[in-house]
Write a protein that binds this ligand. Structure first.
Ligand code: ATP
Ligand code: MG
Length: 221
């Protein structure tokens, strides 16, 4: 089964994707995380990626596609994958359909998490992330603070603020997102696999509720 997580930055693609991955037993692949791991290598490719990310711009399609295709050929994707952050452009969506078709697979659902921009900015500047790749727990200093300030509850690693989680970059990321998301959403709507979840910071929809909704959709499809 293949699940695509759409939605602007900070809408919960990572958190929902992680829980879905546990419940469905399929691997969660985050394109942003793949890129951040390249940045850590401190080589030319990593530097190039870092420049795009800190400017809130997209990594060029060709590079994004190349790295995701490589990831989708790893053995842990044999039961499918939850794709978080990919595809990001209509071109990437078309290429992904081709990659899956060659595996005799297809996307079962494209989940669009929807949250107003003002709330996104507030969420993201208060977001802290566990950099341990085995853990990756996400916190919010307001509504999901760690028990000990700055330390991950789950693994004890020092929490970080992502290089792109500042107000200026977030605004650019949102602009980039709005420019391209419409086409992508239409693309999946036309395939009749789009599932939209309307959120706001006051809504009492928990991550678990969203996951249950998605599972119900998949069962009834
Ligand atoms: P969130 O804040 O919820 O994690 P995000 O979409 O802002 O969402 P990531 O998905 O982690 O964050 O992506 C971080 C950055 O990596 C993006 O701003 C972009 O520069 C780059 N990126 C990620 N996925 C792609 C992609 N499919 N194509 C091109 N660039 C990408
Ligand atoms: Mg993410």
């Amino acid at each position: 089964m293949y699940i695509v997580m759409l939605g602007a930055p900070g809408t919960g693609k990572g958190t929902v994707g992680d829980l879905l991955s546990k419940e469905l037993g399929i691997v969660h692949i985050s394109s942003g995380e793949i890129f951040r791991n390249y940045i850590k290598k401190h080589n030319k490719l990593g530097q190039e990626i870092e420049n795009y990310i800190t400017e809130g711009k997209l990594v060029p399609d060709e590079l994004a596609i190349q790295l995701i295709e490589k990831r989708l050929n790893e053995p842990d994707t044999k039961n499918g994958a939850i794709l978080d952050g990919f595809p990001r452009t209509e071109n990437q969506a078309v290429v992904l359909d081709g990659i899956l078709k060659a595996k005799q697979e297809k996307i079962n659902i494209a989940v669009d998490l929807n949250l107003p921009d003002e709330e996104i900015i507030d969420r993201i500047v208060k977001r802290r992330t566990c950099p341990n790749t085995e853990c990756r727990e996400i916190y919010n200093i307001d509504f999901k603070p760690p028990k000990v300030d700055g330390i991950c509850d789950k693994c004890g690693t020092k929490l970080i603020k992502r290089i792109d989680d500042n107000e200026k970059t977030v605004k650019q990321r949102l602009e980039t997102y709005h420019e391209i998301s419409e086409g992508l959403i239409k693309y999946y709507k036309n395939q009749d696999i789009l599932y939209t979840v309307k959120l706001n910071n006051k809504s009492d929809l928990t991550t678990k509720d969203i996951v249950e909704e998605i599972k119900a959709y998949l069962e009834n499809k």
